[in-house]
Design a protein around this ligand. Structure first.
Ligand code: G6P
Length: 608
């Protein structure tokens, strides 16, 4: 959630730290801070608000130091104030620490340290750790950090510096990602590769319970109990261009418009049309087990959970395997009965979501086969699952997920088809699905070409207080996702509902000021959706329908219509979600909201 950057080398650290923080700001953004050090001491700056405030605060100062650490914060313990912002330091100002995660025993540590005379200045859990490091002050920074970490319960990704060793950063990880970037006589540390890609494509991920000692010319990795680890660098595939806004005003809009390419990337090299089947190299090593699984449980959070809900319908249609979908935060605490006949499929854009990660760890412990559907290559979930499939969608920066949702849906179809072709899906059924998938990029393009109409529509609703989204079957999760998009970025209250549940509650809300978006494409549930729309109309509720192109009749029932092209039933959510993404985007735009960084949200939720 928070972001960490560190630099040690021969260049001035400050601009590199600020650049890195700007790249990470999408992860958390209520306060920011940095410290640069050399043999003469430390310069620390902390501000409330965005990284640009920090940039501003140091703009007139020529910071020459070539080592430093920085942090952008998403508050867990203590309000977003300057005092609570990282880096934190000990009472002598020797050690500086930035931390992601939660130190669960911080209260106990605090009272113990206070009784020993340590003065605390912040309300954070992090401060206890820096005092602890100072208490274990030793010949080397790494020994002090190592000793201190033995007393810590909870999760951490940390970077620590000390003015006595001004060309060294020590970092450590348990539950919160840390990646090292290797340059020429310079090294980088970050919580996310985004902060590094401008400088190097050679990275090393720390695993849980590992630490690294980083100096300009080398890195040493070891376990927290001091066993050396040899690890080669990995080459990362993202480039700076992937992260450029180009001519778009917001990442969210850029990512919505990237979706034709995202779908292409998700399918590239994975379609075997002649066999009506998909080819997914990442599942191959366990394919015999996968095709015989008795049950697949999909676990995920947020938008990835909605993708999982669509996935349930897809798996039901294409495979003979029983399928369930669960919020990872619930699944991880249930009394689970799993064994090797169950596959647990974790869906995650970041590959770092704390609950999803905990869910697959729990599933592995119980003997289930774990499968990852992840975007970020090399992320923890990608590394810890037995097998997996990547989205290959490039970075998603907008906090509200868009392109990854469609990518996940495409890949869920490919996974289900792969399994289904060993079961009862026929060659012609497989070919039909794949042919329809190949049409998707141009169909998405068609929807995007009508963005201006959706913008007009959205502009009319910017003063509305609440919205209802309804759909049936595969469109039920799309209704949830449409509502989530709208509330996340425009702060309009929105609820997604299964249309069949209307009469069990939400219909009582309907009046002329309470609009509904109804997804009513031409499929098996069309007539029932029309009945729901009529019931809303009868109570004066305004209706915007998402409908299949050519369905003129729906204009009699709905006040406004957003059309999408006709496609295979299982692919409809991939198209029906796009007008809803655009609608949310334009509502937020006309309400003057911070679209890419909505309040209180973070792109990657690495704490529970
Ligand atoms: C956060 C993000 C969402 C995302 C969810 C799950 O809430 O803001 O966009 O859907 O986490 O993240 P994941 O990386 O696991 O897909």
């Amino acid at each position: 959630m928070c972001g960490i950057v560190g630099y040690v080398g021969h260049k001035k650290a400050a601009p590199i730290l600020i650049h890195g923080l700007k790249r990470l700001e999408y992860r958390g953004y209520d306060s920011a801070g940095m410290v640069t050090i050399d043999k003469n001491g430390a310069n620390r700056f902390r501000v409330v608000g965005r990284v640009q405030n920090l940039d501003h605060a140091i703009s007139d100062i020529d910071l020459k130091m070539t080592c430093g650490i920085a942090h952008t914060r998403w508050a867990t313990h203590g309000k977003p104030t300057e005092t609570n912002a990282h880096p934190h330091t000990d009472n002598e100002g020797r050690y500086y620490l930035v931390h992601n995660g939660i130190i669960e025993n911080h209260a106990k540590l605090r009272s113990q340290l206070e009784s020993e005379g340590v003065e605390f200045v912040s309300e954070t859990d992090t401060e206890a750790l820096v005092h602890l490091i100072s208490k274990f002050h030793d010949q080397s920074l790494e020994t002090a950090v190592e000793k201190a970490l033995r007393h810590v319960e909870g999760t951490f990704g940390i970077a620590v510096t000390c003015i006595d060793e001004p060309s060294k950063i020590v970092c450590g990880r348990r539950g919160s990602p840390i990646v090292l970037g290797v340059g020429m006589n310079e090294m980088f540390v970050a919580s996310d590769v985004s902060a590094l890609i401008q400088y190097t494509d050679q990275v090393i991920y720390l695993e849980d319970n590992e630490m690294a000692v980083v100096t300009p010319d080398e890195y040493q990795i070891r376990t927290l109990d001091n066993k050396p680890i040899a690890r080669e660098t990995l080459q990362i595939e993202w480039t700076m261009e992937d992260e450029d806004l180009g001519s778009f005003p917001h990442y969210m809009l850029k990512e919505i418009f990237e979706q034709p390419t995202t779908v292409d990337n998700a399918m590239r090299g994975r379609v075997v049309l002649g066999e009506g089947c998909s080819k997914l190299g990442g599942l191959q090593s366990k394919i015999d087990q996968i095709k015989r699984l008795k049950k697949i449980v999909i676990v995920s959070c947020g938008t990835s959970y909605h993708a999982g809900m669509v996935g349930r319908y897809i798996f039901e249609q294409l495979t003979d395997t029983a399928v369930e979908v669960e919020l990872a935060s619930e699944f991880r605490y249930r009394k689970l009965r799993l064994d090797e006949t169950t596959g647990v499929l974790a869906i995650s854009q970041s590959g770092e979501t704390a609950d999803t990660l905990a869910a697959i760890r729990e599933a592995r412990r119980k003997g289930a086969l774990t499968i990852g559907l992840v975007n970020v290559v090399g992320s923890t979930i990608a590394r810890e699952t037995d097998v997996g499939v990547y989205c290959h969608a490039g970075p998603e920066i907008g906090v509200a997920s868009t392109k990854i949702f469609v990518s996940q849906l495409v890949i869920l179809n490919l996974i289900a088809l792969l399994i289904g072709r060993y079961q009862s899906v026929s060659l012609s059924e497989g070919v039909d699905l794949l042919k329809a998938m190949m049409e998707l990029p141009s169909q998405i393009q068609q929807i995007l070409s009508r963005a201006a109409q959706i913008e007009d529509l959205a502009r009319r609703f910017t003063k509305v207080q609440s919205f209802l989204f309804i759909g049936r079957q595969l469109h039920y999760p799309v209704a949830l996702e449409g509502a989530l998009k709208l509330k996340e970025i425009s702060y309009i209250h929105a609820e997604g509902y299964a249309a069949g549940e209307m009469k069990h509650g939400p219909i009582s809300l309907i009046d002329a000021d309470f609009p509904t978006i109804a997804i009513a494409t031409k499929d098996a549930t069309y007539e029932k959706m029309i009945s729901n729309i009529q019931e809303i109309r009868a109570r004066s509720g305004p209706i915007i329908a998402v409908a299949t192109e050519g369905d003129i009749g729906i204009r009699e029932s709905a006040d406004m219509v957003m059309y999408i092209p006709e496609t295979h039933d299982l692919l409809q959510p991939i198209l029906s979600v796009i007008p809803l993404q655009l609608f949310a985007y334009y509502c937020a735009l006309y309400r003057g909201c911070e679209i890419d960084k909505p309040r209180n949200l973070a792109k990657s939720v690495t704490v529970e």
